[in-house]
Design a protein around this ligand. Sequence first.
Ligand code: HEM
Length: 327
Amino acid sequence: MRPNSTSPADTEAKIQELIAQLGDKYAATGQDLVGYLEGLYHANFLSYWNYVHLDTLLTLQTPRTDFPDENIFIIYHQISELYFKLVLLELGQIADKSDLGAEEFEMRVRRANNYVRHLIDSFSVMYHGMEQDQFLKFRMALLPASGFQSAQFRMIEIAATDFDLLLLPSEKQADAETIADKFKHLYWLQGATELATGRKTYTLLQFEKKYANTLIEMGEKYATRNLRKRWQELAGKGKTTESLKQALKEFDTHMNVSWRLMHLRSAVQYLHKEPEVIAATGGTNWQQYLPPKFQKRSFYPELWNADEMQEWGKDWIVEMLKQTNKA
Ligand code: HEM
């Protein structure tokens, strides 16, 4: 119970005041306050487990095999998706705020950085946390599903930068004008191509069937208010700051280098290079596709100098090698 230092008379006056305010609130919508007060009397108190839907949350893991480590794989993917959702909440508020200032912009980017950093720092749950033998077996029962199909990951990219910066550097994209046209030239198509035939993988076909329209709509919505555009808007008015720039660079590195390297480390750890284990990913060319140094993708290229772009990801690889040697 909350400590109560007010007198009974003050409490009574406060109750009357709140009832009067509630009366006004309900009268304004033509509803009867008495009925609502009666409902309040009968309603159960809120509990922690109901509020966070704990029972449901803890039953959302349905492994496809009996290998215990499959639970780790599922739960860590779910944790990742929840963090992605937190990132999107911040990016959405940056996009939607009409009078966005540098201070709020930076505060939200720093929150997003914090979430992604948690994922980067915890990726060892994947690359050290499962038995390879179990992984290689249960992974086969999950085909053709892949983290590649994470729509929220793509949504973060779409909210973070201009659609054009997510395209393959091919000639075809020159003719692509609308977001729907550009959608056919996104860089991630490279990661969903069958090595043997060059065709789209079934993993990609499934993903496009479910999410293409949503992602195209999102691309249209964010064309004028993704983070890059919002930053340019502020810069154009001379209202950006050095620390906002640093926060955006950090976000760029987190999403396009560090997270991807940690993720790559997991793929290398479990899948190696033998053709038979490549099959465990649906036969994609992940070894050419996943390494950030091959892609050199950046949300904010104008914030980096030529040397930094040339060395894209190098510092992180050096750091990762040091950690690997220590382990
Ligand atoms: C042992 C753990 C993991 C392994 C071995 C692994 C493996 C792979 C591979 C091989 C790919 C390339 C596409 C494919 O061939 O399927 C991929 C893509 C992807 N995975 Fe994972 N993954 C792991 C964990 C995760 C986790 C925890 C997430 C979080 C949601 C995730 C999200 C993604 C995303 C977003 C892509 C697409 C990346 C891009 O387009 O650059 N993966 N993964």
